[in-house]
Design a protein around this ligand. Structure first.
Ligand code: IMP
Length: 195
């Protein structure tokens, strides 16, 4: 039997790592940033999700030599011209405070009739010298108030079109079936399985 091929997921988020490791099985050995000795903060300086995912993946390839994939996610609100988008984590400030981010978004949406929004995840995969970008989208609306206490980030105020519940009112299994990240990850896995 050949050894599984090593590939880095440019994250230290254990939840995301476990999720992908469970699905990919033995074909690839998925390494975290910590496991390759990368402790630096990779600068996310692009003004698009695609740009940031690509920066992270290229950084690992160039500095550590591994094949790699990286993701970036944003909540894009139609009536706000796609904001908070690439700034979703730090919408209300640099300390990445989910409660403050939701509060600011609800304030900016006050009185708006058009509440259409979507979550979008972009994954950049670098294998050898080939880069592939994949995305996953879930369309929905921004609710007028918070509901539910599961999940993270903007989950309590995002209701996907295919449900009566916000993401924070769903089990993680139900959320993953329709979520932006679930859909982008499915494309990644399809690509890796066919390599
Ligand atoms: P990241 O690129 O996965 O770190 O996501 C950036 C930001 O988008 C997070 O800090 C959250 O505020 C938000 N976000 C990403 N995914 C989700 C989700 O599934 N639910 C709610 N918020 C999310």
């Amino acid at each position: 039997m050949t050894n599984p091929k090593k590939i880095v997921f440019a994250t230290n988020n254990l939840h995301k790592l476990e999720e992908i490791r469970d699905i990919i099985g033995g074909k690839f050995e998925i390494l975290s940033l910590k496991e390759i000795g990368c402790n630096e903060d990779i600068p996310e300086t692009a003004d698009t999700l695609e740009g940031n995912a690509e920066i992270k993946a290229r950084y690992i390839k160039e500095h550590y030599g591994y094949d790699c994939f990286a993701d970036d996610t944003g909540l894009e609100v139609e009536t706000l011209g796609g904001e908070p988008g690439v700034k979703s984590a730090r919408y209300a400030g640099e300390n990445h405070d989910s409660q403050a981010n939701m509060e600011l978004l609800l304030k900016n949406m006050h009185g708006k009739e058009n509440r259409n929004a979507r979550f979008r995840t972009v994954i950049a995969l670098i294998m050898g010298d080939e880069i592939t970008l994949m995305d996953g989208i879930v369309e929905g609306v921004i609710t007028c108030e918070r509901a539910g206490d599961s999940g993270f980030g903007y989950d309590p105020i995002f209701r996907p079109l295919e449900s009566e519940l916000t993401f924070a009112q769903m089990s993680s299994e139900d959320k993953n079936k329709i979520s932006h990240r679930g859909r982008a990850t499915a494309k990644l896995i399809d690509k890796l399985e066919n390599i």
